[in-house]
Design a protein around this ligand. Structure first.
Ligand code: SF4
Length: 233
């Protein structure tokens, strides 16, 4: 089996796994091409810069200091069974396993479900705008299947959206929140879009980016739909 390809590492974070001190491993490769991608150096599959065996050795020195390891990307599930096998080895060290995923690989997520303790699932836009944002029309269907699969495990999770005003309106956000509520989702996170590029196509004004956070009525309506809503400004 090919080893996983790790392109980045955060050795300590308090914000990537709810309530736990964690390390984050960023895996290379992603099937999507989001217009706002903040990790463009990770989206093409390539040899990782970090030796997975050495990372495992380093994680052994973190036992008792960190509580969780989060697999992010890129899209970590793109690395299939090699990823699941690696997660299992990390979990055997005593760490909780977190996964940040765009939901594009529901079947792999189902196979990984017994070794993953928590996921943060990206819901990027309404179905009508999904293809334009991520470059794959089928991505919304895959993401919804991933949501169904994860909900059937009964394990903890969060659905999150990055509000890029080029692809998400306040009405879209409300539509998505209502859809998630109807599906029984309990935890939702609304993330501010922060532009990473200088080119004109990424031009959005600070007010446009802040509109989702300054509208008290919208916030109250969304807060009322979930047990927990995190507003990441
Ligand atoms: S899913 Fe994430 S890593 Fe992949 S293109 Fe979109 S923003 Fe970038």
């Amino acid at each position: 089996m090919r080893e996983i390809q790790i392109g980045g590492l955060v050795s300590f974070t308090t914000i990537d796994y709810p309530g736990k001190l964690a390390a984050v491993l960023f895996l290379t490769g992603c099937p999507l091409r989001c217009a706002y991608c903040s990790n463009p150096n990770l989206i093409n599959v390539r040899d990782g810069e970090y030796d997975p065996t050495k990372i495992l050795e380093w994680l052994k020195t973190r036992v008792g200091k960190l509580e969780a390891v989060v697999f992010s990307g890129g899209e970590a599930l793109m690395q299939g069974d090699a990823l699941i096998d690696y997660m299992r080895r990390v979990r055997e060290l005593g760490f909780a396993i977190g996964l940040h995923t765009n939901g594009f690989y529901p079947d792999t997520l189902a196979r990984a479900a017994d070794v993953v303790d928590w996921i943060g699932l990206d819901y990027k836009a309404t179905r009508a705008k999904y293809g334009e944002l991520v470059g794959q029309n089928i991505a919304h269907d895959h993401m919804m299947r991933s949501l169904d699969i994860w909900q059937s495990t009964g394990k903890d999770f969060e659905v999150r959206i990055t509000c890029d005003p080029r692809f998400v309106s306040k009405m879209d956000l409300m539509e998505i929140a209502n859809d998630l509520h109807a599906r029984g989702v309990k935890k939702f996170a609304v993330q501010k879009y922060i532009p990473h590029y200088e080119d004109a196509s990424h031009n959005t004004s600070p007010d446009q980016r802040a509109q989702f956070f300054t509208d008290e009525n919208l916030r109250n309506c969304i807060n009322a739909l979930f047990d927990s809503v995190t507003w990441r400004e």
